[in-house]
Design a protein around this ligand. Structure first.
Ligand code: ADP
Ligand code: MG
Length: 245
């Protein structure tokens, strides 16, 4: 097992005005780890993910990506974001572009990959997410599960070393959840380093290396899935699990 640190967070704090949303967060994610973040709505899960790829800027604390402390004042945050892909609950595809055009957009515009090269790579990625036959469709013609798999392919097209997922299946009809989780599981099996906010406890049990329970801006408990789900140590964790399991 690799011990290379992909993400290291120390004493991270973030407020929105008077609202203290992240409180002294410490977290380490090693290469190929899959970390599942759980917790009630409003506990700070999305804000934590957004701080990791600098869509939100921390108030204080340290964020190291692959061993390097990222200082928003001096680092090119676009470079960091290229390396830390993010998939959202709502897929945010470009509606007027085809599936293929969605996937090649960032490599061509941001990475300056040639169009041919980007298309070749996009086809490989669409095959990987099981949508090679949808390359020329527009997003409106796809199911939610297919859209989310396109969003994953689009994120992968930037060749990130880390992938963040913020409730990627929460907006999907129940029968479409499985295909997206299967794609994520495959990515995990290939060794992608992933931080996933999800309410899918089956996925967490099966795929997560670590489960992190957040409450009110704090990390209350971290453990292997079996430990955390079956033998939670903290009262708060027990209470939370009793509401969802
Ligand atoms: P979760 O993802 O666990 O539901 P969030 O990180 O989205 O939690 O939100 C944590 C808290 O921060 C909530 O009270 C939310 O209303 C607040 N919040 C999140 N983003 C903003 C923002 N941009 N401005 C003000 N408050 C915010
Ligand atoms: Mg959220």
């Amino acid at each position: 097992m690799s011990t290379r640190e992909m993400i290291r967070i120390e004493k991270l704090n973030k407020s929105f005005g008077d609202l203290h949303v992240l409180k002294d967060i410490d977290m380490t994610v090693k290469e190929s780890d899959v970390v599942v973040l759980i917790g009630a709505s409003g506990s700070g899960k999305s804000t934590l993910l957004r701080c990791i790829n600098f869509l939100e800027i921390k108030d204080n604390g340290k964020i190291m990506i692959q061993g390097e402390e990222i200082d928003p004042a001096t680092h090119n945050l676009n470079d960091v974001r290229q390396n830390v892909g993010m998939v959202f609950q709502h897929f945010n595809l470009f509606p007027h572009k085809t599936v293929l055009e969605n996937v090649i957009e960032a490599p061509v515009q941001v990475k300056k990959v040639t169009r041919n090269e980007a298309e070749e790579q996009a086809k490989v990625l669409l095959e990987k997410v099981g949508l090679e036959d949808k390359a020329d469709e527009y997003p409106s013609r796809l199911s939610g599960g297919q859209k989310q798999r396109v969003a994953i392919a689009r994120s992968l097209a930037m060749e990130p070393d880390i992938m963040l997922f913020d409730e990627p299946t929460s907006a999907l009809d129940p029968e479409l959840v499985g295909e997206v989780l299967a794609t994520m599981k495959e990515l995990a099996n290939e060794g992608m380093t992933m931080v996933v906010v999800t309410h899918e406890m089956g996925f967490a049990r099966e795929v997560a290396d670590w489960v992190v329970y957040m409450h009110d801006g704090y990390i209350v408990e971290t453990g292997k899935p079996i430990e955390l789900f079956d033998h939670p140590k903290e009262e708060r964790t027990k209470e939370f699990l009793s509401t969802i399991l």
